[in-house]
Design a protein around this ligand. Structure first.
Ligand code: FES
Length: 114
């Protein structure tokens, strides 16, 4: 179970600069396709502040998602909140195989820096 990878989407359905909401295996996720370098970020869709819809947020400074509810900003690469260092995104390991994006949803959410 620990190494189980779950398919989230076809890479072609989430072009660079876009994001998708994905509900699967009892989780609601936000998938972001960022550039420079080209990479995917998979997080819990619910904002860690008060469960705002992060997949509907504005992307700023190339890597920051701004929650549409109270406008807290989070760095998608580190998970850090730029307004409150005690709050972090839940991020999941992900990989691309055969032009499909997979995530390891059993990975404990990343609350802390690696
Ligand atoms: S719910 Fe996201 S900033 Fe408040």
């Amino acid at each position: 179970m620990a190494d189980e990878w779950t398919k989230l989407l076809d890479v072609a359905d989430c072009s660079v600069g876009s994001r998708r909401f994905v509900a699967t295996h009892g989780k609601e996720l936000a998938v972001f396709h960022l550039s420079d370098p080209d990479r995917f970020i998979v997080i819990d869709n619910a904002c860690p502040h008060a469960s705002g819809n992060l997949s509907a947020g504005e992307l700023e400074n190339a890597t920051e998602i701004v929650c549409p509810w109270h406008y807290w900003a989070f760095d998608l690469d580190s998970g850090e909140c730029t307004m409150n260092e005690a709050v972090r995104l839940n991020r999941y390991d992900c990989k691309i195989e055969n032009n499909q994006l997979f995530a390891r949803l059993s990975t404990p959410p990343k609350h802390h820096k690696d």
